[in-house]
Design a protein around this ligand. Structure first.
Ligand SMILES: Nc1ncnc2c1ncn2[C@@H]1O[C@H](COP(=O)(O)OP(=O)(O)OP(=O)(O)O)[C@@H](O)[C@H]1O
Length: 231
């Protein structure tokens, strides 16, 4: 589903991402972990063609993301609040995203149903613009919008950040259900090691832009990651 070939990204002569090869298979859920500045967001931005690599290429389903728009129809993503339209209400934003994917209002309502507990009565019918929501609630809107089109590929940058503990657990369950029921391919970064392990079957570690570990999750993974990140 995702194939990263020899990508490198430099800023001001400094290499911030350098990945010779990374493949995410269809139906796989891969967690991306790494310390601040490791290059996670930069990698996601290259995968989504928001920035271009200094070298190398990214392919989604064998299509070079820089040479086609076709992958956008089956890819849902939320990296940051720049993905939102802050002068719309949450309903207007979901309608906007739904229209892009040819969804009716009925489709949108139905597809948001699984998110109702996660929304905790604080997202819909609030009569306020997205810019006036809390950071955590903005994140909820972005994650739901990313999932709205039932994408084949879902890319989320730190989806658990800014969420209260109940919302983190609800999101974890939502993502696991999506993965199990719809076989959505997921590429998710997180600083929360335990959540990302529970959602993802495979974890890759980025360190100073390099892919230093690639492991299948098992009962020892949390301990291994904690050991890795203990300095
Ligand atoms: N536009 C830019 N100009 C210069 N340097 C940049 C730019 N974007 C990212 N960088 C640098 O690239 C490196 C990787 O940043 P990135 O945001 O990808 O890391 P990250 O792993 O997502 O970090 P965090 O966990 O803190 O969000 C950092 O050193 C950052 O300062």
């Amino acid at each position: 589903m995702i194939e990263v070939r020899n990508i490198e990204k430099s800023y001001n002569g400094k290499v911030v991402v350098n990945i010779p090869a990374l493949t995410v298979n269809a139906g796989e859920a891969v967690g991306l972990v790494g310390n601040n500045g490791a290059g996670k967001t930069t990698l996601f931005r290259m995968v989504l063609d928001l920035i271009r690599p200094s070298k190398g290429e990214v392919f989604l389903k064998d299509v070079n993301v820089a040479q086609s728009e076709v992958w956008k129809s089956y890819t849902g993503s939320h990296l940051d609040d720049g993905f939102l339209i802050d002068y719309l209400t949450a309903e207007e934003f979901f309608k906007f995203i739904g229209d892009l994917h040819g969804l009716t209002e009925g489709d949108i309502t139905e597809r948001l149903l699984p998110f109702m507990d996660f929304f905790n009565d604080e997202i819909l019918n609030q009569r306020k613009y997205i810019r006036d929501f809390s950071k955590g609630n903005q994140k909820k809107i972005g994650v739901a919008a990313a999932a709205l089109s039932n994408p084949e590929l879902l890319i989320l940058d730190e989806p658990f950040a800014n969420l209260d503990p109940s919302s983190q657990i609800r999101l974890k369950n939502l993502l696991r259900n999506m993965r199990e029921q719809k076989r959505i391919t997921m590429f998710i970064s997180s600083h929360d090691l335990s959540h990302v392990i529970e959602v993802c079957e495979r974890i890759v570690i980025l360190d100073k832009g390099q892919l230093v570990q690639d492991m299948q999750t098992n009962e020892n993974t949390l301990r291994e990651l904690e050991t890795y990140f203990t300095v």
